[in-house]
Design a protein around this ligand. Structure first.
Ligand code: SAJ
Length: 423
């Protein structure tokens, strides 16, 4: 199938890079979002998310005229849905954005069009939810239009590179749909393109993120065990990983972001009796901020009225995304233990998080602190010199939750150094 015009629904962390990359590879692309602020911002060249290289990619696409931004779906040869799939309070998948996106495509759908869902979704979404909504157009999925699921698998922080280089899975509701999807992504994908059916592709995506969640959970559990036995988890992991078939991940403040901390729930929800391990891993990772907060309370000999300079709120290093961030949860837990937390997040200096005071100036934050907590391993935090910080702060204790600083260096600068997983 040949695509000349593409409409991408959802201009977030996935939709915006995808739309821009297609546009920069010669397609006429309409990037569509229901959020009027995002639309008017982009129409005026303002990019609402941070991702390395994204600004120039989007600028190039807009300047070329190949990418236009709209608040309404427009007729096209192909449609890509890249909207969020959050969960409800009770962890059930909230498919309302996907459903609304499909409903907004239906009136524009023509014979021979292709629709691809990229949003992470519970198994059978494409067949059971998407197809019936699109068929309200009067056309039949498979015989009148192509329909496929192709999960985004890119790592925040490396999105532009992985979009092109990663293997791409395309699951069609029939083989012609999978092939139509392949023809589209071939415009820029250099990685292997693997064709399968839609439900397998949905499951593959959930399996990838669930398996990573479980791997991080075991690292977090090892950290609790080493704490009990009085040894350094980082040293133990490093040695264990010298085994040729062992690759233990890193313990941390918890698992956040909009992917790994969410997606396993889609499996637990779909089949609770068959996903006990997945549920346990989720519970371990979800309780990690509480475990870390207890370590900090112990290190500070109580937190009541202690001024905490809290470094980092993002869900992981060197990104600006605060969604489901375990660092944010940790900050709240420290507050609940009586601490006076002030945070500094250089990737989101304008962050307005309810209840967490934010300081844009690191020096001001450090000045009268009692305790410094390194909550996110941003490169710029890891590069801080203990001697320089000592000259700026009244704090005597540092708590390193991410193994980002060197114990000896901070002790030599006069601090009491404590850290997650440290002896
Ligand atoms: N984390 C740890 N320890 C580790 C690795 C990560 O505690 O050793 C924490 C991070 O700090 C973060 C969370 O886990 O809070 C998730 O971070 P991540 O870097 O593992 O993953 P994401 O959420 O940024 O991206 C994942 C990726 N999936 C896999 O690696 C299997 C990415 O390829 C997916 O495209 C993305 O989810 C997605 O959108 O689904």
């Amino acid at each position: 199938m040949t695509t000349q015009k593409l409409c991408v629904l959802g201009l977030g962390y996935i939709g915006l890079p995808t739309a821009s990359t297609f546009a920069n590879h010669g397609l006429e692309v309409v990037g569509m979002d229901t959020n009027s602020e995002i639309v008017s911002g982009l129409q005026n060249g303002k990019i609402h998310i941070f991702e390395p290289g994204l600004r120039s990619l989007v600028e190039k696409a807009l300047t070329s005229g190949n990418l236009t931004i709209s608040q309404a779906v427009q007729p096209a040869d192909a449609f890509i849905i890249a909207v969020p799939t959050p969960f409800y309070e009770d962890k059930r998948a909230d498919m309302r954005f996907v459903e609304a996106a499909a409903a907004s495509i239906a009136p524009h759908l023509k014979r021979g069009n292709l629709v691809i869902l990229e949003s992470t979704s519970p198994p059978r979404t494409t067949v059971d939810i998407l197809a019936p909504i699109l068929e309200r157009s009067g056309l039949k999925a498979g015989s009148d239009f192509y329909l496929a699921y192709s999960p985004e698998r890119v790592l925040p922080g490396k999105i532009l590179q992985e979009l092109i280089e990663n293997a791409r899975v395309i699951g069609g509701i029939d083989s012609a749909s999978a092939e139509a999807g392949r023809d589209l992504y071939l415009h820029f994908v250099k990685g292997e393109i693997i064709l399968t059916d839609a439900t397998t592709a949905e499951m593959v995506k959930l399996m990838e993120n669930t398996s990573r969640d479980i791997s991080i959970a075991i690292a977090n559990e090892f950290c609790r065990l080493t704490d009990k036995f009085g040894i350094d988890v980082w040293e133990a992991i490093q040695i264990a990983n010298r085994h040729p078939r062992v690759e233990i991940l890193k313990p941390g403040v918890g698992v956040g972001g909009h992917c790994i901390s969410v997606d396993p729930w889609f499996l637990v929800e779909a089949a609770p009796e068959k996903s006990k391990l997945i549920l346990t891993a989720r519970q371990v990772n979800d309780s990690q901020p509480e475990f870390v907060s207890q370590l900090i309370e112990k290190a500070a000999c109580g937190l009541q009225d202690k001024k905490v300079a809290f470094l980092g709120l993002a869900f992981k290093p060197d990104v600006d995304d605060l969604r489901e961030s375990p660092a944010v949860e940790l900050a709240h837990l420290l507050q609940a233990k009586g601490a006076l937390v002030k945070a500094y997040e250089p990737f989101k200096p304008e962050a307005h998080l309810p209840g967490i005071p934010h300081e844009k100036d690191l020096e001001k934050l450090l000045f009268d602190a009692d305790l410094i907590v390194l909550a996110v391993g941003h490169q710029q935090f890891k590069a801080l010199e203990a001697q320089d910080i000592a000259a700026l702060t009244s704090a005597k204790i540092v708590f390193d939750a991410v193994n980002g600083w060197d114990k000896e260096e901070w002790e030599a600068a006069g601090f009491v150094y404590k850290g997650l997983g440290k002896k």
